[in-house]
Design a protein around this ligand. Sequence first.
Ligand code: 3MF
Ligand code: MG
Length: 344
Amino acid sequence: MTAEYRFSFGPWNIHEGADPFGPPVRPSVEFGKKLKLYKELGFDAVQFHDDDAVADVDSKSAAQIEQECAAMKQILDDEGLVAEFVAPRLWEDAKGIDGGFTANDAALRQWAIDRARRAIDIANLLGTKLIVLWLAREGTYIRESKNAVDAHHHLVDALNQMLDHDPQIQLAIEPKPNEPMDQAYVPTIGHALAISAQTKDPSRVGGLIETAHAVLAGLDPADEMAFALAFDKLWSVHLNDQNGLKYDQDKSFGAANLRAAYNQVRVLELANYAQTERYVGLDVKVMRTQKADKATLHLTNSREVFLMLLDKVRTFPKHIEQQCIHDRNYEALEFAVLKHLMGS
Ligand code: 3MF
Ligand code: MG
């Protein structure tokens, strides 16, 4: 029996279309309305930032956090949705300006750890064991501004404190090589898993691979996924697409490189990812040009492309693959893949 894939996206994927050069072009959609769209669009799980669940999270008491999360959990239950993960949004807070866990100021490093602990509490209250760490500002604009060796120790220290805070929690690092920083400290899944191995409980520190981030690192997203899958460390994905080395585009899945998208689906399928019951997450931006009433097509299109490519993976003639590999005739194998993808 083939397991079924389940899909998630983050509420930030339905957005107003502002970019660094211009203001919003669509009205904002209220959070509750976004949640109502999930099932309709074919999605089962919500990716949360901590402050999506609890606005202004730093200023709230434990009791307030509990109350607000209970209300959010009730909405999720009513909609038949689950929380996939919670991610501490350190990068939007003024305190995180120099990075959180690797800030030069020890008091700010402590703030980041405290905030991450709150994100763990929120995850528990929303019913998920997964924390995603996109280490947005953990890096530098100029190398001389930090001691990079110390920074890695600070990162391990922060991860250890999160692991201590809750013996069940799992941490998935989402590597990205640049943007907003010139250089990030954890650019690839190799770096993420090396750091995992240095923590007090490597079995609870894994990764999330985003297509665009891998492309920005000059790597193949399917191979990045395979590396994590080989060691049972792929705990989520952010499928999208990226047209070369430029700003982080978060294009619809398959839109820039259909062949690479096919290979991402193929590697997930080869490793029985669906059976792990982890989610196929999307992290896609709608084009700024899109009218408000058609501003969720990037989500449904990405999901549909995934399912169409899944069908391509499952129907690829295995005997041709085996014969070509046996003959070491990869030219023929490549042509067979292209023909299959083009429907002939
Ligand atoms: C940035 C990202 C982020 C993370 C998200 C979850 C806003 O390039 O990909 O999306 O995925 O914050 O940690
Ligand atoms: Mg992402």
